[in-house]
Ligand binder design. Structure first.
Ligand code: GCW
Length: 680
């Protein structure tokens, strides 16, 4: 069923109800073939045996509307009205004359519907007709995989799950079984796009588009067989590095011609390619700034090269000065993306999509929402999340991130602005609704590797699952998704299902409690970013994040006296964040520098909040460990050992965080814990 790994939430027994109904798949397209293969593989695994369909039970038919019309014209005519206006990824379920029918205008919809039946069972066939389609047009994962383990950041940049499943020793892995299983996992939650290599494109990866093009074509075919378009991260300086030109100036005709020809050659050999993903002028990577050009110049050059092939450019907005002088208090990393991109709104070609991280910084446990989301009106936008837990425990710690993502998706970027009649919550923006954008959606840094459980911590699988489902429907409830994931992952083990839900539901907030308080972020070991280092990034070229001293803590980002970042928000947020009294507690230190005795809305002082949450966070991890011990013996030994080992490390690390943070602030502030607990 799965070649060399855990099958996560996609257990073969979930196919049993379908098999029991003698499913018939019409049509011979590649996606229909995939559905048939899934059914056959499951049948081989779980052996439903003959005659499981009881007399009188409905047959199950899966067919695009076109195929249905050929063989079952009556049924096709009856279901036709339900398909009107449904997008290419949507599907319809209905029952007609004793046949349960899954149909769609396009085979992509059929595949999504098939996996929905696996996830949710056949209860959907209750006599009614239902339409379902994704909210976000783009639902992408980004691999940060490098061609070799010798790359500057190893085999997978910020990877916490072993090595790449795609590349080893400078070449594309030839055994493609694992890649196919990954495509199945992604398709089963509704992902429809994937970028194949790290956004930091170094020498060897620059040549993916030339030296490894046949392998890229094979990988792209595997993903396309699962309804997923493949993108390449490209090196902005490729015309110099592999093209032999003296410049990568986006307005230079030779450079433009180079991209036109390179793209033509690439698409000729990789017909399943979706386009490019680009990190430019970011963290020492090349970009148009070198030539005094804008990001619109750079992105539009690539867009022009991709246009004849129907390709799209995803251009990242993670652009900031990583060589700062901390004495210059006007430079604020939080401002950078907006300062760079907002003036260019409306200048990007329609096959360019700006990819904006959820927050203005970098995937911290707590950040405000990026003001570019809802700020950009005349530009296609996708929001970038990080499923990989770079700053949230690196898949050693259990940290279910869907509640964080949900909070971002629900953030109303401006209340009741008449120019945004369709709603301006981030979930509306990423649906393309707010400003009627043709392309919109979400992208996220994947958290998988060649680990047998895919994600290091087996429970980090929940983040991949929940990402896919939230991308499909950002109105989903993270708790509901967690229940569903747990039930699918641990079928027949109800105690385990409940325990895992209990442990994970609040784990993001627990992580926040024992790490960085009140939106301040970044108190991590520089470089690898695991474990506490309160001053690790203070006064560094990458930015300064809390300015703690004996009098107070936090960054003044107000317009009145600080960096002016609050002014990038629309009302009411600009005023809310500007005001030390109205700013939400959880973001207070992101926006304001306050004395330790400052009283929060919660009624506690900042310093007492720091102490209380750090003690509480560790107690919560202790409770997680105890809850797991109640059920650990119900799962197989290897899984129990893996989870228990990770929980032990989480507890050790949480204590270290608590003690480092409490001690640092006790010494800086000179204020004792009101409850007299041990602070070293
Ligand atoms: O968070 C930072 C990471 C880098 C990463 C960068 C980015 C791929 O520490 O490893 O580079 O973000 O998003 O480009």
């Amino acid at each position: 069923w799965f070649s060399t790994s855990d099958s996560c939430w996609l257990r073969p027994q979930h196919v049993l109800p379908l098999l029991g109904h003698g499913p018939q798949v019409l049509g011979d397209g590649r996606l229909q073939t995939t559905i048939r293969e899934e059914l056959a593989a499951a049948a081989a695994e779980v052996a439903p045996g003959p005659g499981t369909t009881k007399p009188g039970e409905h047959a199950l038919l899966l067919a695009t509307h076109e195929d249905l019309a050929l063989t079952h014209p009556g049924m096709a005519a009856a279901v036709e009205p339900a398909l009107v206006g449904l997008g290419p990824e949507g599907y319809v379920t209905t029952t007609h004359a004793g046949t349960d029918l899954l149909t769609a205008a396009d085979a992509r919809g059929l595949l999504h519907g098939f996996y929905a039946l696996l996830r949710d069972g056949l209860a959907v066939f209750d006599g009614s007709t239902r339409r379902e389609e994704p909210t976000c047009p783009v639902r992408m994962v980004n691999q940060w995989d490098n061609l070799s383990a010798d790359a500057p950041m190893g085999s997978v940049e910020r990877g916490y799950s072993g090595d790449s499943i795609f590349y080893a020793d400078g070449a594309v892995v030839q055994d493609r079984r694992r890649v196919k299983d990954y495509a199945r996992l992604l398709a089963s939650v509704g992902i429809n796009a994937l970028s194949l290599n790290n956004v930091n494109v170094h020498g060897p990866e620059t040549r993916l588009m030339t030296d490894h093009v046949q392998d890229v074509a094979d990988l792209a075919r595997t993903f396309a067989d699962h309804g997923i378009a493949t993108y390449l991260s490209i090196n902005y300086a490729a015309p110099i590095e592999i093209g032999g030109l003296g410049t990568a100036d986006p307005l230079d005709p030779q450079v433009r011609q180079w991209w036109v020809q390179a793209s033509e050659a690439l698409f000729a050999q990789v017909p399943d390619l979706g386009g490019y993903l680009v990190k430019a002028d970011s963290e020492n990577r090349p970009g148009p700034f070198t030539y005094g050009r804008t990001h619109a110049d750079g992105a539009n050059m690539l867009a022009e090269a991709l246009r004849p092939h129907g390709g799209t450019v995803f251009w990242r907005c993670f652009v900031y000065d990583c060589r700062q002088d901390w004495r210059d208090r006007r430079t604020d990393r939080a401002r950078a993306a907006y300062d760079h991109f907002m003036p260019l709104d409306g200048e990007f070609a329609d096959n360019v999509v700006l990819q904006v991280k959820n927050g203005p910084m970098d995937f911290q446990v707590r950040e405000p929402v990026s003001p570019l989301l809802g700020g950009l009106e005349r530009t296609n936008v996708v929001m970038e999340l990080q499923i990989a837990q770079e700053y949230t425990g690196q898949q050693k710690h259990a940290c279910y991130l869907a509640p964080q993502w949900k909070q971002v998706l629900d953030f109303d970027t401006r209340s009741a602005d008449p120019r945004a009649p369709s709603g301006a919550a981030v979930r509306d923006v990423v649906a393309g609704r707010t400003f009627a954008r043709p392309v919109a959606g979400v992208a996220a840094v994947s958290n998988i590797g060649d680990d047998v459980y895919w994600t290091g911590h087996p429970w980090a699988q929940a983040n991949l699952y929940a990402y896919g489902r939230l991308a499909w429907d950002p109105a989903s409830d993270p708790d509901d998704l967690l229940h569903r994931w747990s039930r699918l992952t641990y079928p027949d083990l109800p105690d385990v299902q409940r325990a895992v839900v209990d442990i994970l539901a609040g784990s993001w907030l627990t992580y926040e409690r024992y790490t960085s308080p009140l939106g301040v972020g970044w108190m991590v070991e520089p470089g690898h970013h695991y474990g506490p280092s309160i001053e690790g990034y203070e006064y560094s070229a990458w930015g300064t994040y809390h300015f703690a001293d004996r009098d107070g803590v936090g960054v003044d980002r107000t317009v009145a006296t600080g960096t002016g970042y609050t002014g990038q928000y629309r009302e009411p947020w600009a005023s809310v964040y500007e005001s030390v009294d109205r700013c939400p507690d959880e973001l207070l230190l992101f926006f304001h520098h306050v004395p330790y005795g400052h009283e929060l809305a919660s009624g506690r002082t900042v310093i007492q909040h720091i102490y209380d949450t750090h003690f509480q966070g560790v107690e919560e991890v202790q409770a997680m460990v105890a809850r797991w011990e109640q059920v650990a013996d119900q799962v197989d030994g290897a899984l129990a050992e893996r989870v228990s080992g990770r929980l032990a490390e989480q507890l050790r690390s949480a204590r270290e965080w608590r003690d480092q943070v409490n001690t640092y602030f006790r010494r800086a502030s000179g204020v004792d814990d009101a409850r007299g607990r041990t602070i070293y």
